[in-house]
Design a protein around this ligand. Structure first.
Ligand code: FE2
Length: 158
């Protein structure tokens, strides 16, 4: 399995979950938001613990991407504190969606392309299995809570 393809698939799935939240109402909306938050949390942690852990020492752009992750996690934390039926939620949701989708595009164009060009086939294979293991560990284990309780995410915005 191709680890970069796995991350691209997660990007697509998250884009789909944004649409699901937009189309849902009431309790279904709350469920869709929780599902979206879990998918975003798993995805970011999988990238951080596997791909960026591996590429960090080799590629300068990784530190910028990690800064973006922190901002996005804080935005997600703020969004999750909002009442989903309020107009503020709608505004914050749209802002979070736009920023995350832009982040995905940058990752795909910049980092993923470099990863494919720089990693050996054995490294890609090893990366894929460690990613799958991280996904298994996180899924069903409150991944959103894991992200929200990171000290840097919980800290007040400067
Ligand atoms: Fe990312």
């Amino acid at each position: 399995m191709d680890p970069i393809e796995l991350l691209r698939d997660q990007h697509k799935e998250i884009s789909r979950l944004f649409i699901a939240v937009k189309g849902a109402q009431g309790q279904a909306k709350e469920g869709a938001i929780a599902q979206l938050a879990d998918a975003v949390a798993v995805h970011m942690l999988v990238e951080e613990r596997n791909l960026y852990e591996l590429l960090g020492p080799r590629i300068a752009e990784v530190s910028e991407v990690l800064d973006e992750h922190l901002l996005l996690k804080r935005k997600m934390a703020e969004l999750l504190q909002c009442d989903p039926s309020s107009p503020i939620f709608a505004l914050q949701f749209e802002s979070f969606r736009a920023q995350l989708i832009q982040h995905f595009g940058e990752e795909e164009r910049e980092i993923f392309a470099i990863a494919i060009g720089n990693l050996f086939p054995e490294e890609l294979e090893e990366l894929a299995s460690s990613m799958l293991e991280t996904c298994r560990d996180l899924e069903g284990n409150e991944p959103t809570r894991a992200v929200l309780s990171e000290p840097a995410v919980a800290a007040p915005l400067q």
